[in-house]
Design a protein. Structure first.
Length: 317
């Protein structure tokens, strides 16, 4: 442990997905991972960091090249906004939905199916949010289309970074479908399309849609859930800020998803002109919030020491 003083390490993804069965007492493990992926700074210490994490979590740990691979790995930051919008795209901020209405629109789970039905208790004593498990492969074609558009823009950010910094290793930032197959392996029964990957991934089984019960049997989107307050400011806003730093190239689907969610949050993360709102950056995990305003600073902790001040000839064009 002493040899890793001065080292910052993190893991990609949680060790497993879990659902609350008895608040503060027990939970149900839903999707255990086959292994975790570790990044660290300085990048030269990633093997030692992975060995320590493997001991702490008691699960095999592999390394990724750097922290940017974790930031850009397509995961909840694009899965949740795409799926939640697909389910509630007709919501006017007032109407309610019954259990049967949501079931008909395949909207009771975020990702895939489960072989039983279970109503979850509130996550907190003061919370009125519920999730439902159902025996359906809920992830639909429209959700897959929205997710594909977000993933395409994320991959454009990756490509723009590599164009500017060819020495940067982002080899673990895989397209969405490839990433799920890599992390869940044999749990994915059908790999023929992104839609089928999500519908047949046992690792996502039972990922219930967060709902708020406003009256008996009447539900609305859970506006206080992490799908709003984590995946937007600490997900899409980070990607948007990186796109701004990379030349401010268009990210129409990221912009759309930020706007759709923020209208129900009472916070304007994205201005009408399509730029992040500087007054609200403090609520986000965007690089600019932390004083990172240059691309060189953005990648500095993700490059080997000998490459930090190197500029490839292609990047000077």
């Amino acid at each position: 442990m002493g040899e890793l003083l001065g080292t910052v390490a993190a893991v990609a993804l949680c060790a497993d997905a879990a659902g609350c069965c008895d608040c503060s007492r027990k939970c149900r493990i839903i999707g255990p991972k086959q292994c975790l992926y570790v990044a660290c700074y300085p990048v030269e210490r990633k093997q030692e960091a992975a060995a320590l994490m493997q001991t702490l979590f008691d699960i095999p740990c592999k390394t990724v090249a750097n922290f940017l691979n974790l930031t850009l790995t397509p995961s909840n930051q694009i899965i949740h906004p795409a799926r939640y919008y697909a389910i509630f795209r007709d919501w006017d901020g007032k109407r309610t939905y019954t259990h049967e209405e949501l079931k008909k629109r395949e909207g009771l789970t975020l990702c895939t199916y489960c072989s039983f039905q279970l109503r979850l208790p509130p996550l907190l004593a003061t919370d009125t949010s519920f999730g439902f498990f159902v025996a359906d492969a809920d992830f639909d074609e429209f959700s897959a289309e929205q997710l594909t558009m977000l993933d395409n823009e994320l991959q454009q950010i990756k490509c723009a970074l590599l164009q500017r910094f060819p020495a940067l290793d982002l080899s673990d930032v895989l397209p969405m479908g490839d990433r799920v197959v890599k992390h869940y392996g044999k749990d994915v029964a059908d790999r023929s399309s992104l839609l089928q990957i999500f519908r047949t991934n046992l690792g996502y089984a039972g990922c219930a849609t967060p709902l708020t019960e406003v009256s008996k049997g009447q539900f609305q989107p859970a506006l206080k859930s992490r799908l709003f307050w984590e995946d937007i400011p600490y997900g899409l806003c980070i990607l948007k800020n990186m796109a701004e730093m990379l030349g401010n190239f268009p990210t129409p689907r990221i912009d759309f998803m930020i706007r759709w969610h923020q209208q129900y949050m009472g916070v304007e993360f994205l201005n009408p002109d399509g730029q992040l709102n500087a007054r609200e950056l403090w609520r986000t995990g965007a690089p600019n919030k932390y004083g990172i305003h240059s691309l060189e600073d953005l990648v500095s902790t993700s490059l080997p020491k000998e490459m930090r001040n190197y500029r490839h000839p292609r990047s000077r064009i």
